[in-house]
Design a protein around this ligand. Structure first.
Ligand code: KIV
Ligand code: ZN
Length: 534
């Protein structure tokens, strides 16, 4: 087999490792929306979840396998500890996928063996071999990860890899679980594996890494130069602690600098052919979707997808770019799907124009979704003269946002100003269909609205993040509000967009409270869930 493949395989783990960061929890419908977009983006493999972790995770993997795991779609993968029950759950959840993969793992570093697993190297070796063979009895495509590989004894790592490949692993993934390694060290680990694992040509070498020292992407690129051919990454780099290696940064580095990377993949230096299967024009949209649905904001200076990534403030730079873009720009914003944000529609635009533009922007909505989005579009168009592509995207993302519809905002009214005590009245429809109204005074209008909502919903929580961003410039711009709140040890996020930011604030808060409320109803205790996740 082929570590000699001359392209890079993109394995997206946004829905598994990415979803593990506090507050990024997604429900099944949201996962499905993201999985469909990942397929449009062109990722080769979607790690859809950890089927054994909870009934919700199982259902999400199974649904994504069924709907996105089609003949021409990506491989759908489920994580599984090196435990029979985990592997069985993964295999069962993946059944509907045309192409499925079981990804099983066990730690190999001495520190994990001694303190976490309390097992000897010999025991771990035997378990890894046996569980890969067990996974292989369900599926031909099996990936094995020696967790904390970057801190494992290389000799032991070689042994584990040789035995798991012999047992049937078709991909061996080398995780830098704690984000500890540096680029040259990581490159050397991959080189060592190629030189010391006799049957390594029978498996693809993959890498997985966390960004604790901000080195994950650099580590991966060095791994590619040394023979790694699969990259495990997430959209916007979301994930545990400082996150995972960011998909968009990896893909664009490989694209913009392909002449540098070509020879490492056995291609002629001047080849213009893409090194990945990713449709880069889908990157920006995917980033916005993941940010909106997870409530994980993208920092403005984030490479590739940050709001400032293509903005030139300095006079010298602006002058250069006006004379010739190449003076200060290494890539065109359109490459990642950042359009010129044309003004496309207005209040007289009909359903057909609306549908056509959404299609051009790459949104495939069902009739029901389209109808909902159209009603919303008309409301916005009544208040905002020109509707741009970015407004449309905000409207659609907001409409397909799948926070459980338990409490619904029916009315928000505030009174505030200088020398006034900010006061809010809210009416919410409860899950039982009653309309409840309450009022409160706050330090400002949003505080007053949140206090009034809390009086109705009555679930203690702490607001830990509140952010407002405007979708476009202009006084009538749509405002997007993202909030995160904490209940005991768990974080819930909410997002909403509206031309009135007080209404958007109320809606975002109620969306987050609905997630909290839903999790209380399913009795999914935060500690239990995180204990099972990796
Ligand atoms: O970070 C890690 O080691 C993981 C493994 C399960 C691959 O996420
Ligand atoms: Zn990880």
């Amino acid at each position: 087999m082929t570590n000699k493949t001359d392209r890079i395989i993109i394995f997206d783990t946004t829905l598994r490792d990415g979803e593990q960061c506090p507050g990024a929890t997604l429900n099944i419908d949201e996962k499905l929306v993201i999985a469909k977009q990942l397929a449009r983006l062109g990722v080769d493999i979607i790690e859809a979840g950890f089927a054994f972790a909870s009934p919700g995770d199982f259902e999400a993997v199974s649904k994504i396998a069924q709907i996105v795991g089609t003949e021409n779609g990506p491989v759908i993968c489920s994580l599984a500890r090196a435990i029979k029950a985990d592997i069985e759950a993964a295999a069962e959840a993946l059944k509907p996928a045309v192409k499925g993969r079981i990804h099983t793992f066990i730690s190999t570093s001495d520190i994990h063996l001694e303190y976490q697993l309390r097992k000897s190297r010999a025991e771990v070796l035997a378990i890894a071999e046996e569980m890969v063979a067990y996974a292989k009895s369900f599926m031909t495509d099996v990936e094995f990860s020696p967790m904390d590989a970057a801190r494992s004894d290389p000799e032991f790592l070689y042994q584990v890899l040789e035995r798991t490949i012999a047992a049937g692993a078709t991909t061996v993934n080398i995780p830098d679980t704690v984000g500890y390694t540096t680029p040259s060290e990581f490159g050397a680990i991959i080189k060592g594996i190629i030189e010391n694992v006799p049957n390594i040509d029978q498996a693809i070498i993959s890498v997985h890494g966390h960004n604790d020292l901000g080195l994950a992407v650099a580590n991966f690129l060095e791994a590619v130069k040394n023979g790694a051919r699969q990259l495990e990454c997430t959209i916007n780099g979301i994930g545990e602690r400082a996150g995972n290696a960011s998909l968009e940064e990896l893909v664009m580095a490989l694209h913009v600098r392909r002449q540098y990377f070509n020879p490492f993949l056995g291609r002629p230096e001047e080849s213009q052919e893409s090194l990945t299967n990713i449709d880069t024009r889908q990157i920006y949209k995917t980033s916005r979707l993941v940010s909106n649905l997870t409530g994980m904001l993208v920092q403005p200076n984030k490479a590739i997808v940050g709001a400032n990534a293509f903005a030139h403030e300095s006079g010298i730079h602006q002058d250069g770019v006006l004379k010739n873009k190449l003076t200060y720009e290494i890539m065109d914003a359109q490459l990642i799907g950042l359009t010129d944000n044309q003004i496309v529609l207005g209040k007289h635009s009909g359903r057909n124009a609306f549908r056509t533009r959404l299609k051009e922007l790459g949104f495939e909505l069902s009739d029901t979704e389209l109808n909902k989005a159209f009603v919303r579009f008309k409301e916005v168009a009544d208040k905002k003269k020109d509707i741009s592509d970015w407004d449309l995207e905000a409207i659609v993302n907001d409409e397909i946002q799948q926070a459980p519809d338990l409490f619904r905002v029916e009315l928000v009214q505030v009174s505030c100003g200088s020398n006034a005590r900010p006061t809010a009245t809210v009416t919410l429809r409860t899950p039982k269909g009653e309309e409840l109204t309450d009022a409160a005074i706050g330090t400002g209008p949003v505080d007053a609205v949140y206090k009034a909502i809390n009086r109705v919903v009555n679930v203690p929580n702490e607001l830990i993040e509140f952010s407002v961003q405007s979708v476009t410039a202009g006084i009538d711009a749509i405002g997007e509000v993202t909030i995160r709140l904490r209940y005991e040890s768990k974080v819930f996020s909410g997002h909403a967009a509206n031309t009135d930011i007080i209404v958007a604030s109320a809606q975002a808060y109620v969306n987050a409270l609905n997630r909290l409320y839903a999790s209380l109803q399913t009795q999914e205790k935060p500690e239990e869930v995180t204990a099972q996740k990796v």
